[in-house]
Design a protein around this ligand. Sequence first.
Ligand SMILES: NC(=O)c1ccc[n+]([C@@H]2O[C@H](COP(=O)([O-])OP(=O)(O)OC[C@H]3O[C@@H](n4cnc5c(N)ncnc54)[C@H](O)[C@@H]3O)[C@@H](O)[C@H]2O)c1
Length: 278
Amino acid sequence: MSNERIEEDIFSVEGYIAVVTGGMGQLGRQFVKSLAERGAKVAIFARHAPDRASIKQVFAGLSERIIAVPVDITKKETIKQGLSIVMNTWGIPHVLINNAGLDTQPSAPPEVSGPFENFPDEVFREVVEVNLVGTFLCCQVIGAEMAKAGRGSIINIGSIYGMLSPVQDIYAYKEAKTGIPFVKPVAYSASKSGVYNLTRYLATYWAAKGVRVNTLTPSGVWRSTQDPEFQANYCAKMPMKRMAREDEFNGAIIFLASQASSYMTGSNLVIDGGWTAW
Ligand SMILES: NC(=O)c1ccc[n+]([C@@H]2O[C@H](COP(=O)([O-])OP(=O)(O)OC[C@H]3O[C@@H](n4cnc5c(N)ncnc54)[C@H](O)[C@@H]3O)[C@@H](O)[C@H]2O)c1
């Protein structure tokens, strides 16, 4: 065989149309950037869609391939409107990344980070509404069009805290410092855990229609705003002894979006520095 033969790039996403919910957030920006850098056209679904100037500034040199659409993933009507804008601009999406999410940070006020017994049910509902119902709605609206087109890859973003319970010891420094107990709340864990079987359900439901559905599971990502005590405690529990960099999930996104993962559906790709291997 000739050496000159050009191998097909199985990781190519060139010309693909992708939707990234929460695409202006810490990880979302990374996903948008890495898809657009490889020639995909990317629509950011954001509650407050940034203007063209901000897109040009954040995604320098790539903004021609990026649009931002105002979508609240908890409101089906806005997802439908967002999808019509994408379809009128480019066509039916090949890739949907359900990335938008709500979490409770260690900086959260005591009323939403106290003992389970007092955790407000309205906050539980609010978090489930975004992380699980919002993901369900985006799959329903956008996945339906993908299934009609006979192709598509949906990537739902999970969390190690949706697979396992949070290690509460990591957060104990808060009480030691302030005298107010901090408990990593149940809502995020419970809502993210639902994403795993939503993924499996849809993977089998749409398998014959050519739509693949997988979960990508990250562990904690380093942020400059995190308390140093939180970072130290987290890293001490982590086999790799460090938090993730925000760009360390991009390879998995390109793999899941492209034909490189053509036989993969209903799976959970865990990228967690070894956290779930203990
Ligand atoms: N950062 C981490 O340490 C980490 C770890 C594990 C999993 N994750 C998951 O990765 C995903 C991205 O996390 P991140 O850290 O980049 O979060 P982030 O807070 O930086 O970004 C989330 C984005 O989602 C958007 N969003 C929230 N509710 C929305 C709604 N109703 N409609 C539309 N957009 C909405 C927010 O505006 C924000 O832009 C989340 O699903 C999160 O649970 C993050």
